[in-house]
Design a protein around this ligand. Structure first.
Ligand SMILES: [Zn+2]
Length: 159
């Protein structure tokens, strides 16, 4: 599928993801930064001027709409559902901002550890959010690597 070409409200989308853990995290996220800075750029990325994921530009979440669309295709879910999963993942990074905003040192030997910690934290947060959604009859996939695009069942089996 192609990403939507019409603007939509990222703040409302974030706030619409239910569950106590996500609500608390989103409220903290929004409280810390200027809400007016939400931008939808149909050509390259969703940009949220706040903490998080792109360490080359701390304070901004970069999400490529084409990547979200590919993720949606992989899981055969709607664009919005895929976007929500990605947003939960990125808010997960915000929850661990202190460690996640520690830039990669450039030491190749430490690259894997750096990645595993950051992505593990975000995945653990997303798993908690989805666990709360499942308890109320909802669901969001837990964004994972290409070989395991939805980590939820994998994580359920592991705990
Ligand atoms: Zn991540």
């Amino acid at each position: 599928m192609s990403p939507p070409t019409t603007p939509f409200n990222l703040k409302t989308t974030l706030q619409g993801i239910l569950g106590a853990t996500m609500k608390s995290a989103v409220n903290a996220f929004l409280a810390g930064q200027g809400q007016e800075d939400y931008v939808y750029n149909a050509h390259s990325y969703l940009e949220v001027k706040s903490l998080v994921n792109n360490l080359s530009a701390p304070g901004t979440i970069h999400i490529n709409p084409n990547d979200v669309a590919a993720f949606a295709d992989t899981l055969n879910i709607s664009y919005l559902s895929a976007l929500k999963s990605v947003l939960v993942h990125e808010i997960g990074h915000a929850q661990y901002a202190t460690s996640d905003l520690t830039a990669y040192s450039g030491d190749p030997a430490k690259m894997a550890d750096w990645c595993y910690q950051r992505e593990g934290e975000a995945a653990a947060f997303a798993f908690k959010v989805t666990t709360e959604l499942v308890a109320t009859g909802g669901y969001l996939s837990v964004a994972g690597p290409p070989s395991m695009p939805d980590l939820y069942s994998v994580m359920v089996a592991a705990v």
